[in-house]
Design a protein around this ligand. Structure first.
Ligand SMILES: Nc1nc2c(ncn2[C@@H]2O[C@H](COP(=O)(O)OP(=O)(O)OP(=O)(O)O)[C@@H](O)[C@H]2O)c(=O)[nH]1
Ligand SMILES: [Mg+2]
Length: 293
């Protein structure tokens, strides 16, 4: 859909990982936009998928909770993917969506529809989709091409003017609410997605076992990270013949982490099997997923 691409564009920095594969984002990420008159906390979430196993239940919970907590809901639909457009239509008429009655009464929130990836359809198709989606119950529809930044300023303006007045919640220089370890783990996970095909990235989770600042200035930050997979066969794939794949993932991730942190980095990367972690409560807890609420 482009939710993470949009968040990065709205904040002006790469915070959230982006890959061509669906279900990349698993946990919410708060990105903060501040200017003289406004502050907006944008929450990137997993998509609104129907859960098939425990990890996906947690992912759906992250999305549901973000929607429940938000002052405004920004729904991102993919213009080039018919089921996404249909979902936006269905959502508008469902209990999860904005209601048409009483929506301006206290407690009702604005719903902004971002029609992303309009570069994927012809102008005619785009107008047809816009005509179907535009108008009530959505407050406004903004077409975008998140990868190019097209429409993103307009989208930001439409969001900011609909936010309730409030003093800023975060210092204006903050860009995100997440520990550095989270970003480091996500960057490694993104690299796994980039390098490995099919199922393996979905069976991979990353933990940071150690993040140690150097004792001497000029020395690299030491990071010890583990890629957890579900089966020994997947471990073999991540390591690759003669350790080639894991070395490649390590080198690429290290460059990205150094860029993100502005520091020199020494990355120790290992692979472990955590059997069936996506379906086990205890394993999910160990990997840092918020428990069921
Ligand atoms: N052509 C085109 N591609 C886009 C656009 N926005 C995002 N993409 C691409 O779509 C893919 C998915 O983008 P993400 O930002 O990861 O999407 P997401 O909604 O966060 O996906 P999940 O985290 O998996 O739920 C990436 O390959 C992006 O580069 C767009 O406006 N046009
Ligand atoms: Mg995402």
């Amino acid at each position: 859909m482009g939710k993470s691409t949009l968040l990065n564009r709205l904040i002006g920095q790469k915070l959230s990982i982006v890959t061509p594969k669906a279900q990349t984002t698993r946990q919410r990420l708060l990105g903060i936009y501040s200017d003289e008159g406004h502050q907006a906390v944008f929450v990137d979430t997993p998509g609104m998928l129907e859960p098939r196993y425990l990890l996906q239940e947690r992912m759906r919970q992250e999305a549901d909770r973000a929607i429940a907590d938000a002052d405004l809901v920004l729904y991102v639909a993919d213009a080039g993917y018919a089921p996404s457009v249909e979902h936006a239509l269905a959502l508008a008429g469902s209990d999860d969506g904005p209601s048409t009655e009483g929506r301006h009464s206290p407690g009702e929130r604005p719903w902004v529809l971002c029609l992303n990836k309009v570069d994927r359809v012809t102008p005619e198709e785009r107008w047809e989709i816009q005509a179907r989606l535009d108008g009530p119950p959505w407050d406004v529809l903004v077409p975008t091409v998140a990868t190019e930044g097209l429409g993103v300023e307009e989208l930001k303006t439409e969001v900011l003017r609909r936010l309730p007045p409030s003093p800023p919640l975060y210092p204006p220089d903050d860009l995100a609410v997440a520990p550095l370890r989270f970003f480091v783990a996500e960057i490694i996970r993104e690299t796994v997605f980039e390098r490995l095909a099919a199922e393996v990235p979905y069976a991979a989770a990353v933990t940071i076992e150690e993040y140690r600042e150097p004792e001497e200035e000029g020395k690299p930050v030491y990071i010890d990270a583990v890629i957890h997979v579900e089966r020994p066969s997947q471990k073999g794939i991540v390591i690759g013949s003669g350790g080639k794949m894991i070395r490649r993932i390590g080198t690429e991730a290290r460059v990205k982490i150094a860029e993100f942190t502005g520091r020199r980095v020494y990355l120790d990367l290992r692979v472990k099997v955590l059997r069936n972690w996506r379906r086990r409560e205890g394993a999910l807890k160990l990997l840092g997923f918020r428990p069921k609420t």
